[in-house]
Design a protein around this ligand. Structure first.
Ligand SMILES: C[S@@+](CC[C@H](N)C(=O)[O-])C[C@H]1O[C@@H](n2cnc3c(N)ncnc32)[C@H](O)[C@@H]1O
Length: 225
């Protein structure tokens, strides 16, 4: 446990999950780039260490934690393939949790430039400009991984996820599913059920977490291969 005295109150952070700290309300990871925030998140200093607040309105994994994620899916020695990294909001926190590589795939050049910037101070964060539909594009860089984390708002997001899980022999996976991208005309509840049926054919679903009110029509699927 670490604590800080400031403005008349004592702040305590407890390691709630490996590499993830909490003051009872918010969650934090240890900042790998002292003095700098990645997306405007709050920074707190306690003793010689600095922590970045993991904002649930900005990161779906933090939203899942706030909404009752029962078993944290990331371990400190996990090698991770992250699909749909954008400018690295969530990937930056994940790279502060695991000591091993986080291979972060993004196909849009603009967010990719920001991703490169934040990876300069995070040695284990490896940005890859590539299309997650085509794992052969990055197969020469990415070895087998422990976990695939995916946050891609595409119609074929389940296919992309299962393809990468198999390709890189992942034993665990986290799929952040946006129902409206899979089928805009169908009720999200029905899409979630259809996706659960499809995932169940190839994986074991450990938990599903609806991300509202942080994200509308999104479900987190935590799976095992
Ligand atoms: C919702 S954003 C991701 C936000 C990010 N995961 C976070 O929490 O910080 C989705 C990202 O997926 C990217 N994307 C969509 N389709 C992709 C594909 N086929 N391959 C790689 N990236 C893709 C988009 O360019 C976009 O940046």
């Amino acid at each position: 446990m670490v604590q800080k005295r400031g403005r008349g109150r004592i702040m305590r952070l407890k390691e709630k999950y490996p590499g993830v700290f909490s003051d009872g309300n918010d969650y934090y990871t240890l900042n790998a780039d002292r003095g700098k925030s990645v997306y405007g998140e709050r920074i707190v200093t306690i003793g010689s260490k600095e922590y970045r607040c993991w904002e649930p309105a900005r990161s779906k994994l933090s939203a899942a934690i706030h909404r009752g994620l029962s078993k944290f899916p990331i371990k400190k020695d996990d090698r991770i393939l992250y699909l749909g990294a954008a400018s690295g909001t969530t990937a930056s926190h994940i790279s502060e949790i695991t000591k091993r590589e986080v291979f972060a795939v993004e196909f849009a050049e603009r967010p990719f430039r920001s991703l490169i910037k934040i990876s300069e101070k995070r040695e284990n964060l490896m940005p890859i400009l590539g299309n997650a539909r085509l794992p052969l594009q990055y197969r020469h860089i990415v070895p087998e991984v422990d976990l695939v984390y995916q946050d891609i708002a595409q119609r074929d997001q389940v296919d992309i996820f299962l393809k990468n899980m198999g390709f890189f022999n992942a034993e665990r996976g986290v799929l952040m599913l946006k129902a409206r991208s899979v089928d805009v005309s169908e009720k999200p509840k029905k899409v979630f059920q259809r996706v659960a049926d499809e995932l169940s054919e190839y994986t074991k679903i450990e938990q599903t977490i609806n991300l509202k009110p942080y994200e509308k029509d999104h479900m987190a699927f935590i799976v095992k291969a």
